[in-house]
Design a protein around this ligand. Structure first.
Ligand code: ZN
Length: 675
């Protein structure tokens, strides 16, 4: 599971002293287009790593980038061909680059790069090109045929006949992931995880047939496959060396093998070996064995994720989107998470939920703060700030999980937000703004720690409950559970006792931001007239709207008007914490008992619908601030330096590559699947 930044993190100068940044003049801003801002992140202390560790990071970074084409193809069956076509036009275009059509085309290409395909990474809606089809077709026809990504035997006209509707017709492949439970979520989702003509009912029947409810260690069904219909029968096409995505997987294996040769210890070598075996065979039992070895290795400094991991991209939450993270441990900051995780049992025992839903023994939640060194696949350019893996419930229960906070990423967000005017526009009064300035950086970080390290790992399912019982609401309710756990404990005196926080009021900064974001400011990410779709956004609105509603009688939280503008006003923070505890108890019950009906009711009542008037107000107020609602990153560039005998003597780190340059280079160096 991963944890995203809840909309905008508000800058706080007071917290800068807690930052690890090495270069005070580091320029975080890279590019700006549509609703996106591209940032860069610093990799502090890279130069303090040993040569062996640097090599390991380099090889793992190559393995990470080698899988790029996989996520593009998972996101939509025409994405790779479209990317190649757009890039061919972008690099060969001979006309005026200031021309309005070309400008619109460039913006569209930047959006497509950011979405790893033709759909928005967050809303899942198809991008709308601002240039005309006539202009586009005319430009394409002027390009030399050998620069075009033609399918075998395809003419230019035939290619355009296929791709033009995909790019220009708003009704074709309109939504990447559709989570509207009243429709067939498979048939109406444009992603490439299911073949033509496959229905939701068929997929559910297929997996129900495979699943054994009495299996205590079930594989993650469907995690590494595309489901298609062959001769009227449902079959899985598995992703592995000799299967789907084989050429990309071969490259990944090559670089993983190089990394293995410089692994830090035997435990790390063992899990890399297992991961390679899994990539060769596609056997999900091997993936579980790898996941266990990986979760149990807490000694290595350099670490990584590389595979089909998170299932947010699948409306049924089965298939994993390919992603990769490469990182190393931030030893100093890890004291914080180690303190939390070594008290995991205390937190579990005191959780405000029915005791029978608590874990009697919390298995090794290992938590650390990391420095991200490379983001790839579904984790790039938009990325998470916290991750907790593995996802399989039984592995988490029996072998524990690894929870990480990506501090240098959070820091880049924070530093890039200084002075953007958000506080002045949306925070109700000066004392609240001051509290947020002083404590939001640390409470945000703690929220991520608690969410990942304890929240996702807490609680247990009742015997025989299907972990997928909450269906299309599973991700939303799981994120809500982890957020509620984090919010509840942020206000607990235990954190003061543990020396993690120095002010009993610090949590109020996070509570205020959470309500402000969930009730108002995250609406900035939604187009007028649309519902809330994405699981993390639904979870945040669910919590905020439920608390507002259930605290109405006592005026715990209110929406008030000041000078014609709406503000969140929290009157009773301790009461708000009680409400958070109550909702946690209910959502834990829903999860533990697999109560789909109750879960769906909560989601439908609180998480989906938007008040159009308030929505418009938020959009208008945001528009004046000129802050893009979404942010992502370019990666630093690592270059090996070779000695006289061809051996690597150092790895250098460079931050200067721009957004378009990086995307074009990745396409040149890591196109593995056909174009
Ligand atoms: Zn999460």
């Amino acid at each position: 599971m991963k944890h995203f930044l809840p909309a905008l993190l508000i800058g706080s100068l007071a917290a800068v002293s807690a930052h690890a940044a090495e270069d005070k003049n580091f320029n975080y801003h890279v590019d700006n287009f549509a609703d996106i801002e591209v940032l860069r992140y610093e990799v502090p202390e890279f130069n303090q790593l040993s040569l062996q560790q640097k090599k390991m990071l380099y090889y793992l970074s190559q393995a990470a980038q080698a899988g790029r084409d996989i996520i593009w193809d998972q996101n939509g069956r025409y994405n790779l061909q479209i990317r190649a076509l757009l890039e061919a036009l972008y690099t060969s275009y001979k006309g005026d680059r200031q021309n309005a059509e070309f400008k619109a085309f460039e913006k569209y290409l930047k959006q497509v790069w950011f979405g790893n395909g033709i759909h928005h990474h967050y809303s899942n809606d198809k991008f709308t090109p601002g240039f005309s089809q006539a202009w586009f077709d005319a430009q394409v026809k002027q390009l030399p045929a050998d620069s075009l990504p033609l399918e075998k035997g395809q003419t230019v006209n035939q290619m355009l006949e296929v791709l033009d509707p995909v790019i220009f017709d708003p009704t074709v492949m309109a939504k990447k992931v559709n989570q509207d439970g009243t429709q067939d979520v498979i048939a109406t989702s444009a992603n490439n995880l299911y073949g033509d003509g496959v229905t939701q009912a068929e997929v559910e029947a297929y997996y129900n047939m495979l699943k054994d409810p009495n299996d205590p260690t079930p594989i993650s069904y469907g995690l590494n496959s595309r489901v298609v219909k062959e001769n009227g029968k449902i079959v899985e096409q598995h992703y592995h060396l000799n299967g789907l995505y084989g050429p990309a997987i071969a490259k990944i294996i090559y670089w993983l093998d190089m990394a293995k040769s410089v692994a830090e210890n035997d435990a790390q070598r063992a899990y890399i070996t297992k991961l390679i075996d899994y990539y060769i065979t596609g056997d999900l039992k091997l993936f579980d064995e790898y996941s266990i070895l990986w979760a149990e290795d807490t000694a290595s400094d350099v670490d990584f994720v590389n595979g089909f991991i998170e299932s947010y991209g699948d409306p049924l939450g089965m298939t994993g989107s390919w992603e990769a993270y490469v990182n190393f441990k931030n030893r100093k900051a890890s004291h914080r998470t180690e303190t939390i995780s070594s008290n995991a049992q205390w937190f579990e025992d005191h959780a405000p939920v029915d005791p029978k839903f608590r874990k009697p023994v919390v298995k090794g939640v290992s938590a650390k703060v990391i420095t991200a060194a490379m983001l790839a696949g579904d984790a790039f350019p938009s990325t998470a700030i916290g991750i907790n893996l593995p996802n399989a419930n039984w592995i988490r229960a029996a072998h524990g999980s690894k929870s990480v906070t990506l501090e240098n990423i959070t820091e880049a967000y924070d530093m890039a937000s200084h002075g953007n005017g958000f506080n002045e526009e949306f925070v109700i009064d000066a004392p609240t703004a001051k509290l947020m300035e002083d404590y939001l950086y640390i409470t945000d970080m703690l929220h991520t720690d608690l969410h990942e390290c304890l929240g996702h790992a807490s609680g247990q399912l009742m015997p025989g409950v299907d972990p997928d019982a909450l269906k299309e609401n599973g991700s939303t309710l799981e994120e809500a559970r982890a957020d509620l756990f984090a919010l509840y404990y942020l206000a607990d005196p235990k954190l003061l006792e543990l020396g993690i926080i120095d002010n009993p009021d610090a949590y109020k900064a996070e509570y205020y931001k959470y309500m402000l974001n969930g009730l108002m400011t995250q609406l900035n990410r939604i187009e007028p007239g649309k519902d809330v779709e994405e699981a993390h956004m639904r979870n945040r609105q669910l919590i905020a709207a439920w608390v507002l509603d259930h605290g109405k009688k006592d005026k715990v939280v209110e929406l008030v008007k000041k000078n014609g503008k709406t503000f969140v006003k929290i009157n009773d923070y301790p009461k708000m914490r009680e409400l958070i505890g109550q909702l946690l108890a209910e959502i834990q019950r829903i999860k533990s008992e697999g109560d789909y009906e109750a879960g769906n009711k909560l989601v439908q009542k609180y998480a989906v619908k938007v008040d159009p008037k308030l929505h418009k107000e938020v959009l208008d107020r945001y528009a004046k601030l000129n802050i893009p609602p979404y942010r992502g990153f370019v990666n630093p560039v690592y270059t090996p330096i070779y000695g006289p005998d061809g051996e690597i003597t150092d790895i250098t780190l460079d931050y200067t590559e721009g957004y378009a340059d990086q995307m074009l280079r990745l396409s040149r160096e890591f196109s593995t699947l056909g174009y």
